[in-house]
Design a protein around this ligand. Structure first.
Ligand SMILES: Cc1ncc(C[n+]2csc(CCOP(=O)(O)OP(=O)(O)O)c2C)c(N)n1
Length: 622
């Protein structure tokens, strides 16, 4: 108990300062202590699903001293990470993978005759993901001693949804079974040697009993033994159970009930609000207040989407919103409240969410699927096969595109452009400001085609007059130097080979592009900015006519350079524009570590100073 309290205090203190997953971690303190007591990590492997709840595990495995660097640049990751500790078996951040990876690890160990038990810890929310169910099915077939700890707090980020969650409640609420279970437990503790065969017998006996009372459990149908449920905050009881299941030679699910936010009343009261906590000094990029942008100040792209989807829903009863367990993160709380019949939380099931949206669209509904860029990665096939191929009008609101602060490699939204750009029939937009996001959503909802709108986790930057221009398919907007740096005299710097420079950017990195341009203009370089708006389709003739007026063109995108829009445009310009120097800037070919937005961009040479430096080097080359 003393240890649990110390751990809780440490987690609360550090998360309040650095941000992080508070409620999930407070709920798993005792569970983790019991696991570490009963199992011998790292000989026995603890595999955490999502691993956002692994803070206690980190504190118990040699990372106490550095825990105050949680989620900071070069600090302890908010998720398990192999480079950090031999106790971390996988680099995880996406949900529903633990049973698959644990099963693979266990099977591999068996094939290589290596010792050690393998335990997957998965939440009830993550169990809604199809991959977890696929893995359960395979595990039951292989029949190895995989131990699955089901951490059931009846919450995903919001309340868990769907039949699986209802099913778990049904198991836990069957009081008849509960009574019988306690009776068996008492009987078992009276038996002096709880040997392997007896353990096996008892679990089978329980299953048989439950077969009488509940017909069967999902887990027993998959070929698992089922042990549960247990109080997830009772260390002694959990330890005893874990020691018992360790002796089994069959796959087993141990059903543990925990309370999200346990021990910290505000988080217990509002587990959704305390699922993810912002750092004490969250970064902002709110720029100068003008009459034009005053209305948008302090808005994030997510909050703009939130109010616009609500407005669209009010105007058109065909509009439906879909989320894969990210109601709040994607800004759909208000829509869900006002239009419960047109709001769908699929659970952590991005693939299903996409194809479900395609089905809605086929029936004449206008679905908007709001999904984080990183999580949409798993649904690329559904986009190709179920949405793009039949050209079904689904709108994707891709939040957290580009650099994503603090969560590290698993959460960066840097692959969506490269993944989606080659898909026929898909329209892709990258608004640069609040006004542009409003226009993009309105435009997409009137377009009879699949449209992806990608935007960053960031506050909206200052507005510019050109952002108010209505959308023309395939075309961006030009910001003349006098529009964004009126005080400068647009003349050419000494040593420059030729005329003016054009910076071409995706919307998500407009603020850094603008700052870089202003830095260079102060040094007497002359440059305009072209905000692409459309990543696909592109009005190539229009773009090439514009490009032909410039001697230097730099492409800046908040996506990976390989397969990105910059390199594509660069090739186009090189082919059709004479006497032009070009350079494409984007995320390099490596995974990007945690840090603030600015630190991530700095690391990728995409901070304003680094962008300006790359441009300066070329402009000053004689
Ligand atoms: C593929 C994917 N989609 C969405 C998320 C965002 N996410 C992180 S934790 C979480 C809830 C997980 O619920 P559960 O497994 O029950 O764990 P709890 O936080 O309740 O302990 C979600 C949806 C994710 N990590 N991966």
């Amino acid at each position: 108990m003393v240890l649990a309290s110390e751990i809780r205090a440490e987690i609360i203190g550090v998360v309040q300062k650095n941000g992080g997953h508070l409620a999930s971690n407070l709920g798993t303190v005792e569970l983790t202590i019991a696991l570490h007591r009963a199992f011998d990590s790292p000989v026995d492997a603890l595999v955490w699903d999502v691993s956002h709840q692994s803070y206690t595990h980190k504190l118990l495995t040699g990372r106490y001293d550095r825990f105050n660097t949680l989620r900071k640049k070069d600090g302890i990751s908010g998720f398990t990470k192999r480079s950090e500790s031999p106790h971390d078996f996988f680099d995880t951040g996406h949900a529903s993978t633990s049973i698959s990876s644990a099963l693979g690890l266990l099977t591999g160990r068996r094939l290589t005759h290596s010792a050690g038990k393998v335990v997957a810890v998965i939440g009830d929310g993550s169990l809604t993901g199809g991959m977890a169910l696929e893995a359960l099915s395979h595990a039951g077939q292989l029949a190895n001693n995989l131990i699955v700890i089901l951490n059931d707090n009846q919450m995903s980020i919001s309340r868990s949804t769907g039949s699986i969650s209802r099913y778990l409640s049904k198991i836990t609420m069957t009081t008849q079974y509960q009574g019988v279970r306690h009776w068996i437990d008492r009987l078992v503790t009276k038996i002096p040697v709880f040997n392997r065969h007896l353990a096996h017998f008892v679990f089978r006996f329980k299953r048989a009993l439950k077969g009488l009372l509940l017909t069967s459990t999902l887990f027993s149908d998959f070929g698992f033994e089922y042990a549960g449920f247990f109080d997830g905050h009772n260390i002694e009881e959990l330890e005893a159970v874990f020691r018992k299941v360790k002796k089994l030679n069959l796959p087993v699910v141990v059903h543990v009930l925990t309370k999200k936010g346990k021990g910290y009343p505000p988080a217990e009261y509002d587990p959704e609000g305390f699922h993810g906590v912002l750092p004490a000094h969250a970064e902002t990029n709110v720029e100068k207040i003008t009459e034009e942008n005053a209305q948008y100040l302090n808005e994030t792209f997510t909050s703009v989407f939130s109010r616009e989807i609500l407005r669209a829903g009010e105007a058109d009863s065909r509009i439906a919103a879909i989320t894969a367990a990210m109601v709040k993160g994607c800004g759909l709380t208000a829509f869900a409240k006002v239009f419960p019949d047109r709001f769908f939380d699929t659970g952590i099931a991005e693939e299903h969410a996409v194809t479900f949206a395609a089905g809605l669209a086929a029936a004449g509904i206008r679905p908007v699927a709001a999904i984080y860029s990183t999580f949409l990665q798993r649904a690329v096939d559904q986009i190709i096969h179920d949405v793009a191929l039949p050209a079904t009008p689904v709108v994707f609101a891709l939040d957290r595109a580009g650099a994503v602060p603090e969560d590290g490699e698993t959460h960066q939204g840097i692959f969506d452009i490269a993944l989606l750009l080659p898909i026929p029939n898909l329209v892709m937009l990258a608004p640069a400001s609040a006004r542009e996001l409003e226009l993009a959503l309105q435009w997409a909802l009137n377009k009879n085609a699949p449209v992806v709108i990608r935007y960053p986790k960031n506050r909206c930057p200052e507005e510019h007059p050109s952002f108010f221009a209505s959308l023309e398919e395939g075309r961006g907007v030009l910001l003349n130097q006098d529009e964004f740096a009126p005080e400068s005299a647009p003349h050419l710097a000494a040593g420059m080979k030729k005329s003016k420079t054009l910076l071409v950017c995706t919307g998500g990195i407009f603020p850094e592009t603008l700052e870089a341009a202003r830095l260079l203009i102060r040094e007497n370089f002359a440059m305009d900015i072209y905000n692409l708006r459309f990543l696909k389709p592109l009005d190539e003739t229009y773009f090439l006519e514009l490009a032909a007026q410039y001697g230097y063109i730099f492409f800046i995108e908040d996506g990976v350079k390989t397969g990105g829009i910059g390199r594509f445009l660069e090739r186009l310009v090189q082919k059709y524009v004479s006497e032009v120097s070009t350079l494409s800037l984007g995320f390099p070919d490596r995974f990007l570590a945690q840090g603030s937005r600015r630190e991530i961009l700095e690391d990728a040479e995409l901070s304003p100073e680094k962008i300006a430096g790359s441009i300066r080097r070329i402009l000053c080359t004689p």
